[in-house]
Ligand binder design. Structure first.
Ligand code: ADP
Ligand code: MG
Length: 255
């Protein structure tokens, strides 16, 4: 469902991704771990077409994300292609970024009406189902400001799902939350992962969560995936010393 082939990404002289290759299969839940500043967010931003590659290719569902084949050659895709590809992918960020001037329901119906062409009634029905799913049926008419951080993040998750993405990208979605609100958000994500066929690529420092929900965990460092294994293997018997040191550092920090 996601395929990176020799992807290079630089900011000026700073090479963030060097010949990065990995795949994520349809329906898989893959967690990406690694030190701060190593390029995890950049990988997700490339998939959202918020950044462009400097080399290599990315494919989503067997189609090039930001390239098109023309006369047997790969060329940069046009805006129409990008718009179509973007609709297949949703993202939830550390900062929830809800529209502060809109009620919860409108936050969720806005994009499906505008970008998918759903009728207002269809979008509202879908939004109510999603709010039910994330445990916020009673907050339909609330404004984001009236919600806790955990509730806002669950609205952000519902908003992403309202676009019916095939892929959901999660970037440290609980990092900005008070500790007591983290579990509620993680439980919602776990439930979505278990009850839908959405493909997940998740960046998190919540190692217990990662171990519970992931099909695969990739340890990422210095622009490359240095270890890629089932969670029970990677968290208990990592092969790389770098992985071991990183996991220990995360445990020490949260202790
Ligand atoms: P992570 O999410 O793993 O913490 P990021 O992908 O955010 O890492 O960043 C990887 C590296 O790229 C960092 O050194 C960061 O400073 C740099 N970087 C990210 N975005 C930009 C940008 N827009 N301009 C310049 N440098 C950037
Ligand atoms: Mg990041």
């Amino acid at each position: 469902m996601i395929q990176f082939d020799d992807v290079v990404k630089k900011f000026g002289d700073h090479v963030v991704l060097s010949d990065l290759s990995f795949t994520v299969k349809p329906g898989e839940f893959v967690t990406l771990i690694g030190p701060s500043g190593s390029g995890k967010t950049t990988i997700l931003r490339l998939l959202m077409t918020l950044e462009t590659v400097d080399g290599g290719t990315i494919q989503v569902g067997g189609e090039y994300l930001s390239h098109e084949e023309r006369d047997g050659r790969l060329v940069t895709a046009d805006e129409k292609h990008l718009r179509r590809m973007r609709k297949r992918i949703g993202m939830v960020f550390q900062q929830f970024n809800l529209f502060p001037n809109m009620k919860v329901l409108q936050n969720i119906t806005e994009a499906p009406v505008r970008a998918l062409g759903l009728s207002k009634a269809e979008a509202e029905q879908r939004a109510r189902e999603l709010l039910d799913m994330v445990g916020l049926s009673d907050k339909v008419d609330a404004h984001p400001m009236q919600l806790s951080g955990g509730q806002q993040q669950r609205v952000a998750i519902a908003r992403a799902l309202a676009m019916r993405p095939e892929i959901l990208l999660l970037d440290e979605v609980t990092s900005a939350l008070d500790p007591e609100l983290v579990a509620g958000v993680l439980n919602v994500l776990k439930q979505i992962a278990e009850t839908t066929d959405i493909t997940f690529l998740c960046v998190t420092h919540e190692m217990q969560f990662a171990q519970d929900v992931s099909d695969r965990v990739m340890m990422f460092d210095q622009g490359r995936v240095i270890e890629d294994a089932a969670p029970e293997k990677l968290f208990t018997q990592p092969e790389q010393e770098r992985t071991r040191a990183f996991l220990q550092a995360v445990i020490d920090r949260s202790a």
